[in-house]
Design a binder for this molecule. Structure first.
Ligand code: HEM
Length: 418
């Protein structure tokens, strides 16, 4: 079993490269590398686990223990100081710099205060109440495609689902979701100017909504945030804006990719879909394994607050470190046979949602959406396989253009009704 899925992965990718290289040229082999960085990560864990990237002037951290130590020690490895560096960005206005400061880029004690404000809305208990609505959305999305015998997992299901859910929680019209998609894609893209422009447009949009809710509060998260106080003080407008944008972006790209990545994993080992159909209690551990095996968030960023060492490598205050979650999740010292996709893996202490004080607040929501989506897909459809053309060639995969997120832009599959 140990080499089964690895071999399958290699074979599938090689097959795709061989078949499409003539048509797609070098782009495809580049794409394949983006989707299979794991051999490179293994080499880095062995040979250069604390690697200095000269071009970007930062340290990339590849081993599980080092990654965990960094995210658990927020006084030595600061999230806020990363933001402080961004404050120097000349393209941003003062207001934009202020708004760029979010929960994600705050250290204690402010971090704890901000986190308390929204943690209530995201507890497993509050999130469980969304089950009927999530179920309804998934069924509606499948109703639209079930007669066609084919769908794009991303476009037809895994993109719309989390956007609709978070938009409804925030209290904004879901009719705007195509626009949200464009904004959130731009915000995670490596093209700085596009990202700044998109967050500018998004802020203007949310300002309008916040103004409406100030005048007429509703039963939604934006109204709750407007009403909330820390030490008797309301959140400032930039703080409110950054909350809205963070929730929309964090809830968007990530869960979309978790569901897409799940079907990428299942397609390499289709028998696991029958196993989950026969025993639905396997679905939660299968989701954890997808999170580990194809982590939707690849990297985090921290700034060194005081001189220290990572492994044997000294790092100095002010330097930037980038813990690579995706490599930590394949670390052989933590996970036996790390390159095997095993839906029964236990324990599975992956770090895909981070760890410590910034641990993903949306994890219960992401897990629930994915569980419902997979359960319904497996109940209503069978023979879910990546689409092939009439010469039985797989359609090529196009990775998302982002250093931070791992996933594909489209995932066309064919299926039969169950
Ligand atoms: C599969 C889906 C998801 C993954 C893989 C993921 C991953 C992460 C990771 C790795 C962090 C830690 C960042 C750090 O330490 O710097 C984080 C934080 C966060 N995530 Fe998620 N996330 C997901 C879904 C969501 C959803 C659905 C939401 C909300 C709607 C959300 C909201 C947040 C927020 C607000 C934070 C900041 C928490 C803090 O700084 O205290 N995430 N997420």
């Amino acid at each position: 079993m140990s080499t089964h899925s690895e071999k399958h992965l290699d074979e599938t990718l090689r097959e795709e490269v061989a078949e499409h290289r003539a048509v797609e040229g070098s782009r495809l082999s580049r794409d394949t590398d983006v989707l299979n960085p794991f051999p490179r990560y293994r080499k880095m864990r062995e040979e250069d686990p604390v690697h200095y990237n000269e071009e970007e002037k930062l340290w990339v951290i590849f081993r599980y223990d080092d990654v965990l130590r960094i995210v658990n020690d927020s006084s030595t490895f600061s999230s806020e100081r990363v933001f402080a560096r961004r404050r120097q960005d000349e393209q941003m206005t003062e207001e934009e710099r202020e708004a760029a400061r979010s929960l994600l880029s705050t250290d204690p004690p402010r971090h704890r205060q901000l986190r308390n404000l929204i943690s209530q809305a995201f507890t497993p208990r509050s999130i469980a109440q969304l089950t009927p609505r999530i179920t309804e959305i998934v069924n509606e999305r499948l109703d639209l495609v079930i007669d066609q015998g084919r769908m794009d997992i991303v476009g037809d299901l895994s993109y719309p689902l989390p956007v609709i859910v978070i938009a409804e929680m925030l209290g904004i019209p879901t009719s705007e979701r195509d626009q949200f998609k464009r904004w959130s894609d731009a915000i995670v893209s490596p093209r700085e100017e596009e990202a700044i422009q998109a967050s500018r447009e998004m802020r203007t949009y949310f300002k309008g909504i916040i103004e409406q809710r100030r005048k007429q509060p509703k039963d939604d998260l934006i109204s709750d945030l407007i009403a909330s106080q820390i030490d008797g003080q309301h959140l400032t407008e930039p703080e409110l804006l950054s909350f809205c944008i963070l929730l929309l972006v964090a809830g968007n790209e990530t869960t979309t990719n978790l569901i897409g990545n799940a079907f990428l994993c299942f397609d390499e080992q289709p028998e696991v879909m029958d196993q989950m159909r026969a025993d639905q209690s396997l679905i939660p551990s299968a989701i954890e394994e997808v999170l580990r095996y194809r982590s939707p968030v690849q990297l985090l960023v921290r700034a060194v607050a005081t001189d220290t060492q990572i492994g044997k490598q000294p790092v100095r205050a002010g330097e930037v470190v980038v813990p690579c979650l995706s490599s930590a999740n394949r670390d052989e010292t933590q996970f036996p046979n790390p390159d095997v996709f095993d839906i029964r893996r236990t324990p599975n202490r992956h770090v895909s949602f981070g760890h410590g004080i910034h641990f993903c607040i949306g994890a219960p929501l992401a897990r629930l959406e994915t569980k419902i989506a997979l359960t319904i897909m497996l109940e209503r459809l069978t023979d879910i396989r990546r689409e092939r053309d009439n010469r039985k060639r797989l359609s090529p995969l196009e990775p998302i253009q982002s250093t931070f997120v791992y996933g594909v832009k489209h995932l066309p599959v064919t299926f039969k009704r169950a």
